[in-house]
Design a protein around this ligand. Structure first.
Ligand code: NAP
Length: 411
């Protein structure tokens, strides 16, 4: 099955039966370091995860796989089949960031991984860790989880260069068949948003809200302008809420008209906001948002902006979730200028691991990691990114992870 990889002999596979993960105490978990600062933050995160697993009576059997530059050296391909097969076989993986060339070169490897493995929800929790500097007055009110659709929208990769045969044919087709005029020197991109992909994303977001006692699910869209893609996203989202979760969800309108503005116990309010407004909402009225579901592009923008409210990209964890398969990764990219300098903040990668623990059902372990990070920052240990904002004791990537590990032992 593998061209160059050898899966570990010890450990056990995570299985998926009847829509549920079955997780052994010693799961085999594939990981790759990726590009840029991945070589700094991934090994640091693994040390913290190993220690937490040990304290909680578990053992992770890591299985190193390759993507990005390292894979190109080894396979002549930045995303070899071996890597995709290992994630398929073992179901849950941890990844570092991958560099994507702008303008030309190959397509984003991150987008390809999500599309090929059908990891349709990019799930990014945004919450505040005490001690981390924030540009807003009450960052402790920020606590939401972003569900960003990640297989379609303008990220589907359907685009043609200006002057190409495809672009010109497309322009001619639009003019001939639909009477639509487009300048001939245009590049062309297509934005598909389907009922199927929207509904499965919103379904996952609502289920998450129910299982985690969240109060609301907000559908974010630019449907005032893009009516049949973004507007349809909103309509299909409400349809899922009404048709599949009618006993658990009420709309914002119903909250006012039927319930006098008082949210009934056990009901989730489903509401929608236009994307541009949502950027100010999360800053000015953070506490009103809880679970947020959006199409791909807006989801990408909003999650970086949201990350900034609670300390920036060095802090923000993320995950790519499909049905019975998931990859955990920080929101940040490969920040190449800091690569290999033992400088980058490993918190986002460590917290992505904590999120992975939650997904595996290891909730206590996940909480321990968050506490240990909080404690480390409160003790004043910070990497350069936080140091330039709040000062304190400047440490490198490795040293920060070591401090977290010693705090884990005291919790
Ligand atoms: P980036 O790699 O996220 O870095 C942007 C800036 O964010 C850095 O210069 C740094 O800010 C800060 N930062 C990011 N990670 C940090 C960390 N761990 N610790 C401290 N600071 C951190 O974004 P980019 O420069 O736009 O993208 C670089 C490459 O990564 C591109 O090829 C892009 O396509 C790729 N990318 C990959 C992913 C992914 O793998 N999922 C996601 C996004 C981007 P300062 O310079 O201000 O210190």
């Amino acid at each position: 099955m593998y061209q160059k990889l050898k899966p570990p002999q010890e450990g056990n596979k995570i299985e998926y039966r009847d829509g549920k993960l079955i997780v052994p105490d010693d799961p085999i978990i594939p990981f790759f370091k990726g590009d840029g600062i991945g070589i700094d933050v991934v090994p640091a995160a693994i040390k913290v995860l190993d220690k937490t697993a040990e304290i909680t009576g578990k053992n992770i059997v890591w299985f190193e796989i390759y993507a990005g530059e390292e894979a190109t050296k080894l396979y002549g391909n930045p995303l070899p089949e071996d890597t995709l097969n290992a994630i398929r076989e073992f179901r849950v993986a941890l990844k570092g960031p991958l560099t994507t060339p702008v303008g030309g070169g190959y397509r984003s490897l991150n987008v390809t991984i999500r599309q090929v493995l059908d990891l349709y929800a990019n799930v990014r929790p945004i919450y505040y860790i005490r001690g981390i500097p924030s540009p807003i007055k009450e960052p402790e009110k920020v606590n939401f989880v972003i569900f960003r659709e990640s297989t379609e929208d303008v990220y589907a990769g359907i685009e043609w260069q200006k002057g190409s045969r495809e672009a010109l044919r497309f322009i001619e087709l639009l003019e001939r068949e639909f009477g639509v005029k487009i300048r001939r020197d245009s590049g062309i991109g297509v934005k598909p948003i389907s009922e199927f992909a929207t509904k499965r994303l919103v379904r996952m977001a609502i289920r998450y809200a129910i299982e985690n006692n969240r109060k609301s699910v907000t559908l974010v869209h630019k449907g005032n302008i893009m009516k049949f893609t973004e507007g349809a996203f909103r309509d299909w989202g409400y349809e899922v809420a009404r048709e599949e979760f009618g006993d658990k969800c009420i709309t914002e309108d119903e909250l006012i008209t039927k319930y006098n503005g008082k949210q009934p116990e056990g009901k989730i309010v489903v509401k929608d906001r236009i994307a541009d407004n949502m950027f100010q909402q999360i800053i000015l009225r953070s506490e009103e948002y809880d679970v947020i579901a959006l199409p791909n592009l807006n989801g990408d923008y909003l999650s970086d902006a949201a990350a900034a409210l609670v300390g920036g990209l060095g802090i923000a964890p993320g995950s790519d979730i499909g049905d019975g398969i998931a990859v955990f990764e920080p929101v940040h990219g490969s920040a190449p200028k800091y690569a290999g300098q033992n400088k980058a903040n490993p918190v986002a990668e460590i917290l992505s691991g904590a999120l992975m623990f939650e997904y595996l059902g290891w909730r206590e372990a996940s909480k321990m990691i968050k506490k240990a990070i909080e404690l480390t920052i409160q003790q004043g240990f910070v990497t350069y990114d936080l140091h330039r904002q709040i000062g304190g004791k400047l440490v490198g990537t490795k040293e920060f992870a070591e401090k977290v590990i010693s705090n884990l032992e005291t919790i």
